[in-house]
Write a protein that binds this ligand. Structure first.
Ligand SMILES: [Zn+2]
Length: 127
């Protein structure tokens, strides 16, 4: 998966931060959806790679409960965790024992369960 991620990383649009991110979401049926970060001169219009990938799955007809694993690479030598807006999206669609795989540009991997990056999430149960 790391090679696919680094190939995808070339599509990231990050002229402002130069911090490129690529993400692939794997569905339970094996289908993969891709996302990259897409920045904007109006910074608030930027979307992260993780949300891009997850939203792509939804746009293609998948539902909550169909998600399996999330893979993320960034263009730096450090492992980077999803931002908190992405964590909110992850908590909406993934289950607590699903795995998030994080890579730096050199392929160093860190695995973490969804429940360990999102403690006390705001969910539909709160509404
Ligand atoms: Zn994010």
């Amino acid at each position: 998966m790391f090679n696919e991620l680094t190939e995808l990383l070339k599509n990231a649009y990050a002229p402002y931060s130069n911090f490129k991110v690529a993400s692939i979401i794997e569905m339970k049926d094996g289908t993969l959806f891709k996302g990259v970060n897409v920045e904007n001169a109006s910074y608030g219009a930027t979307i992260c790679a993780e949300r891009n990938a997850i939203n792509n799955a939804i746009a293609n007809g998948y539902h909550k409960g169909d998600f399996k694993s999330l893979y993320i690479v960034n263009s730096s030598e450090k492992i980077a965790f999803p931002c908190f807006i992405c964590r909110q999206t992850i908590s909406e669609f993934m289950e607590e024992n699903d795995i998030v795989f994080l890579y730096n540009i050199n392929g160093v991997e860190e695995k973490i369960k969804v429940k360990n990056i999102i403690s006390n999430p705001f969910t539909s149960e709160n509404l």
